[in-house]
Design a protein around this ligand. Structure first.
Ligand code: AHR
Length: 506
């Protein structure tokens, strides 16, 4: 056997879980140019009659984003949802404390729900548990989901929205463990508030699903005790706990950077164990599921944003968090998507944070087109081909150590069996930066399945990036990489590459 090797075995009995398509969700926050100048820009040549950019809508629809978290993020903890409904001319401008911006409220819940409909996506709505509480959350739910005949449902009807929005998924605040959060709370304070808010919301609409805030990241001093304390208060009244993580490569160590999805894997396993610990303590029957509702690479813009936030005047839709993603960032995003699929038995929702302009796969030019960042592609592939049953590929791979991680597999992989379409997609990243590795896929469990196409994202420069003018990093169909020997498909994975190997019935 080669020094570097990778082997997977696909079998219909090795099922992790049927994937909830919402793990391919995303996030739009009132932050920077995500909303204003991103999804909404009246006057832009591509804007529709409601001011939504059609070029952005086309790209969102191409990905097939199943759910979008809205309106924050840190933004939500100081948000007055009432400011964003009713006649636009009468809506107030507000100081937005999370991102030191001016919020015009031109877009609010009704406009965003209209946008979501056009984008073919569902909404995951967050409520303000920072500066506000149970009453504001209840009023918003009544406004959104109650048919009519009450103060807030009739207000919605008076605002021209006859049918309720019927939003099913609700986040109980955002990152309440973070000292940066407006209205930051201790775990006990938050756990009690989340529990009482959840109970009241369920009285208004028992069909909703509720997400409690977990830790903002694993570096928080209160992690993972926060999760345990919050669930001790709110276990019975919530369905999900949230996870957030962002990775970066500030010290330019690509091998170490590409191992960071192992940290995400450990994070998911730890939170799952914490949920199950509280379950056991409470003698509970139900499982708490995981909503990984913020994840991405985020570090390129940190320095300039810190400066801008400290030194610039309040302004509308400033350029913030506009990370320009590289090829290596796309590889880590692919690895993180593989990790989410591998944990699809417990992770039922996840949001690539975010969708447009703000740490985003889609960028817009103010006077030009919308364009695709490098990370657009793994996200597109996962959402498009990652629907079905996640299979444990029983991966065996040679391994390496990095600065922060040991025993890192050279190849990381998962397979998804779309049993309706009779297709299998193998997602695989070669984390070796210098050598090609042959991935051997044992297909004896799937007689009759043959290779359809092998899509690859590869580039000689780890720091290569896309721009409005050029898609330097974009996928291609590889025709020279795969060879069938009996039940074994041998696929050559080029060094540092994202591979989507699609199989179907002959
Ligand atoms: O996604 C950007 C920010 O990251 C969100 O507002 C916040 O929840 C997180 O810290």
């Amino acid at each position: 056997m080669d020094r570097k090797f990778a082997r997977i075995t696909l079998d219909p009995d090795f099922q992790i879980s049927r994937i909830d398509k919402r793990i391919y969700g995303s996030f739009v926050e009132h932050l920077g140019r995500a909303v204003y100048g991103g999804v909404y820009q009246p006057g832009h040549p591509s804007a529709d009659e409601e001011g939504f950019r059609k070029d952005v809508l086309d790209l969102v629809r191409e990905i097939g984003v199943p759910i979008v978290r809205y309106p924050g993020g840190n933004f939500v903890s100081n948000y007055f949802w009432e400011d964003g409904v009713g006649p636009v001319a009468e809506r107030p401008r507000r100081l937005e404390l999370a991102w030191r911006s001016t919020e015009t409220n031109e877009v609010g819940v009704n406009e965003f729900a209209r946008w979501a409909k056009k984008a073919g996506t569902d909404l995951m709505m967050a409520v303000n548990l920072g500066t506000r509480g149970i009453d504001a959350a209840c009023n918003l739910l009544e406004y959104c989901n109650h048919p009519s005949g009450t103060k807030y449902s009739d207000m919605r009807v008076a605002h021209g929205v006859k049918e309720p929005h019927n939003i099913k998924t609700w986040c109980l605040g955002n990152e309440m463990d973070g000292p940066w959060q407006v209205g930051h709370k201790t775990a006990r304070e938050y756990g009690r508030l989340a529990d009482e808010t959840a109970k009241a919301l369920r009285q208004i609409d028992p069909s909703i699903e509720l997400v409690a805030c977990g830790s903002s990241n694993t570096g928080m001093p209160s992690y993972p005790q926060w999760e345990a304390s919050v669930l001790e208060e709110a276990y019975d009244s919530v369905d999900y706990i949230s996870l957030h993580t962002y990775y970066g490569n500030p010290d330019n160590d690509t091998r170490n950077f590409l191992a960071r999805s192992d940290d995400m894997d450990y994070f998911i396993r730890t939170v799952t164990s914490t949920c199950d610990f509280v379950k056991a303590k409470k003698r509970a029957k139900k499982n708490i599921m995981l909503s990984f509702d913020e994840w991405n690479v985020w570090f390129h813009s940190n320095e300039s944003d810190n400066d801008a936030m400290a030194n610039r005047p309040w302004s509308v839709a400033p350029h913030l968090l506009e990370d320009r993603y590289t090829f290596e960032d796309a590889l880590l995003v692919g690895l993180m998507l593989i990790t989410l699929m591998k944990h699809s038995d417990r992770v039922r929702m996840a949001c690539l944070a975010q969708l447009v302009n703000v740490i985003a796969p889609i960028m817009t030019e103010e006077n030009g087109p919308a364009w695709k960042q490098t990370i657009y592609y793994p996200y597109l592939h996962a959402s498009k081909y990652g629907r079905g049953i996640a299979l444990n590929p029983a991966l065996r791979s040679s391994r390496h150590d990095t600065k922060d991680f040991s025993g890192v597999t050279d190849v990381e992989s998962v397979a998804v069996w779309n049993d309706e379409k009779e297709e299998i997609t193998v997602f695989a990243v070669n984390r070796d930066l210098e050598e090609s590795i042959v991935l051997e896929t044992d297909l004896r469990g799937f007689p009759g399945y043959v290779l359809q196409e092998h899509i690859v994202l590869e580039h000689e420069e780890f720091k290569a990036a896309n721009s409005p003018a050029a898609q330097a990093v974009s996928p291609k169909i590889a025709t020279d990489r795969d060879q069938r020997e009996g039940d074994i498909l041998k696929s050559r994975l080029s060094p540092a590459s994202w591979n989507v190997i699609r199989l179907g019935k002959a």
